[in-house]
Design a protein around this ligand. Sequence first.
Ligand SMILES: C[S@@+](CC[C@H](N)C(=O)[O-])C[C@H]1O[C@@H](n2cnc3c(N)ncnc32)[C@H](O)[C@@H]1O
Length: 411
Amino acid sequence: MQVFNPQYYSVEPHRRAREIKVNGIKQSLRDEDGNVVYNLYDKRLVDNVWNIPSLAGSSGERMDFDTQKPEALLKRIILASSNEGDIVADFFCGSGTTQAVAEKLGRRWIGCDLSKFAIQVTRKRLLDIHYSRDLLNEDKKEYGKPARPFEVWNIGNYETVYWQEKQDEYLAFTLKLYQAQPLTGFRYLHGRKGDRAVHVGPLNAPVTMEEIEKVVIECRANNFNKADVLGWEWSYEVNELAKELAKKNGVDLRLIQIPSVNEIKSALVGFDLKLLRIPDQMVEKELSQYIKFPEVAYLEIETKTKGIEVTLKITDFQLPPTAELAEIANKVKDSRELIDYWAIDWDYKGDTFHNQWQSFRVKKNPKVDYEAKHKYTVASSEEPGKCEKQIMVKVVDVFGNDTNKIIKVKM
Ligand SMILES: C[S@@+](CC[C@H](N)C(=O)[O-])C[C@H]1O[C@@H](n2cnc3c(N)ncnc32)[C@H](O)[C@@H]1O
């Protein structure tokens, strides 16, 4: 269904005499006392030329996003072409102007962007919408409501579906991207890079503890004492447990994040990714510069339980050494300052993450809270010490990468 709601814009109120024709001649209309009757005009129909001021630094809207558009512009578009409750979509959302305006005008919305930074800016803008300008009532200082619940989905890896049937080529391609040499005769060790064995994790499935255990066993049996496990996604327990397990077996293990398909795409412009081929000269010159394989971040959380109250505290957060981190490293006193945002689902059921608590940096206060508390409601029928909850913590660092962790608590 097409919607078009004509829009008006305000002008300085002015009065104009109402006119009538008498014997074909225009005259001012007068009432029975002889006074001229006026019409008051204070709005005009919007035509083809829109005069909307560009975003001023003092507007309070600024998100430090280069191509950000003014909310007034999106307000006009959304009011003109949708009704309350409709879904507004912007697949190039940038700083999330469309989503923020749609939210404040009572529309549902969908946003999408290939940039992690854009998604992160949009998410924070929506979480902070309470304090932004109200768009319907100019007398109100701020919107004053939180955003309705929304979810952030990452569909990046679906792009690798076309590699699914080409397992050998996928392995060769990933090893080449990582600049490792292929190895044959092993089950889980796919390559080597210097003195490190390399295992490439599966497409569209997280690397699990069982998989890492098999890599570690094969390393031990073949005298490799260093190994890199490359993955697109990670099972939640993998981070610390995997390193511990490897250490016990005398293997120095690194968990390495395979860069997103978008990053690979932008480094391989002009090549058809589906073909899984990279010319050799490209590997040396271009890829090593643009494609980074960072180590997975380390997140330590202290859990305290008192009755039905649980307190979580982030005690450590470490990012792997990368060039982008080196640029800001001297400004960071506590590594936890690298957290841009963290959120908790206090009752994670293993499917959708429900954002029940969050803390994030805003311009005025560029630091997150490190501690979060939650009081559960427990059915009286539950025996003390028998009630177990699964908590999921999601941390997003200042470079836009997610680190998730699952914690089990007994009350
Ligand atoms: C001009 S900006 C949008 C600015 C936005 N209207 C605002 O007010 O902040 C365009 C956005 O499109 C994103 N983009 C470009 N190509 C894309 C693609 N193929 N898929 C998804 N997003 C894309 C860019 O990352 C950028 O954030």
